[in-house]
Design a protein around this ligand. Structure first.
Ligand SMILES: [Zn+2]
Length: 362
């Protein structure tokens, strides 16, 4: 009790100081009060909001509680640009990425380089992305993971491979491989994945080359950018009554007229008002769902490690594990035969202060 009251007090003191600074900054910066700028408040959060995993609002206007981090390294992935602290997401998103990394390796892709997922409590970002605000979006590089472990500075500076020619908007054929296609097909195969955003050139490449089952192409959606990474979006998760779902994609493969539009001049004309502020830059707390203020005010877990994803109670990477774990007594022979596939979709325990676990032998 004392500890939580103290930390609440510290938190409010910190917010008051921050608010004071923002108020000063606000004097110099136009009509939108900097004090209310949601991206500054959410961008300053280092740790998630403790609680059940819940997304509030929409992909481009919201926040979330119960976030977990994907470990910086796993057997089949590495996190890029770690200084941004955007390796947080809804546990279902993190589980989906982990599963994709394993399935992708089985499909012949060397492992995932993971880009931005979300800030610890979501919300508008200080730079980049309009979406990624409710923990249900993730960017995965189209560059295969190198066999070596990248150093922290390489993760900040290594550039991704541009897959699309900027003039023709077509995929560079020398770079595209069947493994790229398999990676996107695998991601689209998960029922919880509703959309995958790619550059129109990549969508066209798939439309032109995929044979056999083409039903998954429905989820592959052309969009500006996305020429060095793809963007995987999962649907609103159970328990998130405040999460606003996205319209379903049309049933067809999307290779006809809507794709042809991208290869006209219209989408590439310079913006009429290139200096107009972006929504995420001017959004205030008043623009976000009401719950987002409570998300900002919620307590944090004791550390990032305490909220780092471990799969089915088992460390999946570098997260420290204090004690050896006993085998769960109910594990059946068939579960044991496929632990990897089973673990990714096992219900994730609520993240917070870790609960004591039974010692082996009891
Ligand atoms: Zn993205």
């Amino acid at each position: 009790m004392m500890a939580s009251a103290r930390s609440l007090f510290r938190r409010h003191a910190r917010l008051a100081v921050a608010a004071g600074l923002f108020a000063l900054a606000g004097l110099a910066s136009g009509p939108v009060s900097a004090q209310e700028r949601a991206k500054d408040l959410f961008g300053a959060e280092k740790l998630p909001a403790v609680g059940q995993p819940r997304s509030f609002g929409f992909y481009s206007k919201g926040c979330f509680t119960g976030g977990v981090a994907i470990p910086m390294d796993g057997p089949t992935w590495q996190v890029m640009r770690p200084s941004r602290n955007r390796r947080w997401g809804h546990p279902a998103m993190i589980a989906t990425i982990e599963r994709l990394s394993r399935d992708a390796v089985a499909d012949g892709w060397p492992g995932l380089l993971i880009g931005d997922i979300a800030q610890p409590r979501g919300g508008p970002m200080t730079s980049g992305h309009a979406s990624h605000q409710i923990g249900l979006d993730a960017d995965i590089w189209l560059t295969p993971m190198p066999a070596r472990k990248l150093t922290p500075s390489q993760r900040e500076s290594m550039s991704a491979t541009l897959m699309v020619d900027e003039k023709t908007h077509l995929v560079k054929d020398a770079l595209w491989t069947p493994a790229h296609t398999r990676l996107l097909k695998r991601a689209a195969s998960y029922p919880q994945v509703e959309r995958i955003l790619v550059n129109p050139g990549i969508k066209k490449k798939l439309c032109d080359t995929v044979t056999g089952d083409r039903s998954w192409l429905r989820k592959i959606r052309p969009f500006w950018g996305h020429d060095y990474h793809f963007h995987m979006r999962i649907g609103c998760q159970p328990g998130s009554t405040g999460c606003k779902a996205q319209e379903a994609t049309p049933e067809d493969d999307g290779c006809g007229k809507p794709l042809a539009w991208w290869f006209t001049e219209e989408p590439w004309r310079p913006a009429k008002n290139p200096d107009a502020p972006k929504a995420r830059d001017v959004m205030t707390m008043a623009n976000l769902p009401r719950e987002c203020q409570a998300v900002l005010d919620a307590p944090s877990p004791p550390s990032a490690e305490a909220a780092t994803y471990r799969g089915d109670g088992t460390p999946v990477a570098a997260a420290p594990e204090p004690e050896p774990q006993p085998a769960p007594p109910t594990l059946s022979a068939s579960d044991a035969a496929m632990p990897a596939a089973a673990s990714a979709f096992a219900p994730t325990p609520e993240i917070g202060v870790p609960l004591p676990r039974p010692r082996p032998g009891k």
